[in-house]
Write a protein that binds this ligand. Structure first.
Ligand code: 2M8
Length: 448
């Protein structure tokens, strides 16, 4: 499919407006994920936000990551939300009740679960940018890597140990929110078996901020989300206790692939800057994590479909769902033939090349899948950050032409400058929140 390229004027406007959105969402030391629907700092959003801000200001980008680390738990976990001020977001800190957890951080309120480990991927990109700029930016970025290397290693080690205690090579998640793809059909089969038990009543706040409730998860899905949260509280956020008592324990391929890729990048930065050395040092530990999770992801691939699969660790069942997470091997690499196969699949008629799509941009679920829903959240709409991730992965595998196709299509999609949370893949309509920080951020990166 040929896509009309944005003109020079459109590109100039887009860069200006994306910068404006990020400044408007800046609350000083951190950026809210969006102005009304998500008025706090979200973990993987912050990673994307930092790499976008770096194109404008390296010091401010590093501060974003520094702020995020202020919420790190003693276990190494980086929580999925840092609550900096009161708001109507639900579930807020009073629902998460993280005071029951010994490992929570002092002085900052957080949720009690985590999100995909995108942060070191962002940091390595920021370092790369800073080196290109040289001078003070380079010094600051290198100093920041030295200062925070152990914190990132602790985060990755947490995922590799507490969340993979039997060394399967797949990171275990305890809530669909931890996948970042809340209501994805990846989790339907597992959620269908969850019986919601007794818990405090709740009122959703999210629906007040979207035009149409069908763009968000259903009430039944929300009850399940809140029930799993309740189970984490009952387990006092102890991962081993939750594993023995909780209803949702999944080996997540996308999280695992990001962990593998991020661990390699952390090792690269450690080597370049002469930190984390020695046989038992952080560089070696990071390489070992990368190897284990890359192997886990490659082992999950269904040879017939060519897509990676999540594993339901409660039942031992592989989950064959045509979601974009199936392209996890593109992110972590390790098998060149599979990379080429996935590249062709991703650009082909079941995915970006599907005849009904308005733009050839990665959809969250294949339009050819029976699970595909045009406007429901992570069940089909296009998420610009997901498209960015796949373009990043293709670039890294030496597939520059394919990466550029996704980049140009992604920029054409954003030309209206709404910077929406997600897009209706058939009509191109903007959905969910507007002025979403991570969408503006990846636009800046694509334009840099
Ligand atoms: C969405 O998730 C939150 C819960 O964490 C929500 O729906 O309230 C997801 O899209 C997630 O991936 C994202 O990080 C978050 C903030 O943008 O919103």
């Amino acid at each position: 499919m040929t896509v009309a390229q944005p003109s020079a004027v459109e590109i100039g406007l887009m860069a200006g407006r994306a910068g404006y959105v990020l400044r408007a969402n800046d609350r000083g030391a951190f950026t809210v994920a969006s102005p009304t629907l998500y008025p706090h700092m979200w973990s993987w959003d912050a990673g994307f936000v930092a790499l976008g801000i770096a194109t404008v200001s390296v010091p401010r980008a590093l501060n974003e990551l520094r702020s995020l680390l202020s919420g790190q738990w003693a276990t190494g976990m980086i929580p999925h939300i840092l609550f900096h001020s009161p708001s109507d977001y639900f579930p807020g800190p009073e629902r998460w009740r993280t005071q029951v957890a010994a490992a929570r951080p002092a002085g900052v309120l957080t949720s009690g679960i985590c999100q995909p480990p995108i942060h070191v991927i962002a940091l390595s990109r920021i370092l790369h940018d800073a080196r290109r700029k040289g001078g003070a930016d380079q010094e600051l970025a290198e100093e920041f890597v030295r200062e925070t290397f152990d914190s990132w290693l602790a985060w990755h080690s947490y995922l590799a140990t507490a969340r993979d205690p039997y060394s399967y090579g797949l990171v275990e998640i305890h809530h669909g929110w931890e996948s970042g793809m809340d209501d994805s059909p990846r989790w339907d089969a597992a959620y269908a078996n969850v019986r919601v038990g007794d818990m405090p009543p709740f009122v959703r706040a999210d629906l007040a901020h979207v035009a149409d409730p069908s763009q968000r998860p259903t009430d039944a899905e929300y009850a399940t989300y809140l029930w799993l949260l309740e189970q984490k509280v009952h387990a006092r956020y102890d991962d081993a206790v939750y594993r023995a008592t909780g209803d949702f324990v999944m080996g997540d391929v996308l999280v695992s692939a990001l962990l593998a890729a991020a661990s390699d990048l952390l090792a690269d930065m450690g080597e370049e800057l002469g930190i984390g050395g020695g046989a038992s040092g952080g560089v070696e530990q990071s390489r070992a994590i990368a190897r284990r999770f890359r192997t886990g992801v490659l082992r999950s691939v269904n040879p017939e479909t060519g897509l990676a699969r999540d594993l339901d660790l409660r039942t031992g069942t592989w989950l064959d769902v045509e979601s974009a997470a199936g392209f996890a091997p593109l992110l972590c690499g390790g098998d060149d033939a599979l990379t080429r196969r996935q590249r062709d699949l991703l650009l082909g008629p079941r995915w970006c090349g599907h005849s009904r799509l308005r733009w050839p941009v990665v959809p969250s679920v294949s339009p050819a899948s029976p699970a595909f829903r045009e406007q429901t959240y992570w069940r089909g709409p296009q998420w610009p950050v997901l498209n960015w991730l796949m373009a990043w992965a293709l670039n890294r595998s030496g597939e520059q032409e394919a990466a550029n196709q996704l980049r140009l299509a992604g920029l054409s999609q954003l030309v209206d400058c709404d910077f929406a949370e997600y897009y209706q893949p058939v009509t191109g309509e903007t959905l969910g929140s507007r002025d979403q920080s991570w969408t503006a951020a990846i636009a800046l990166d694509f334009l840099a």
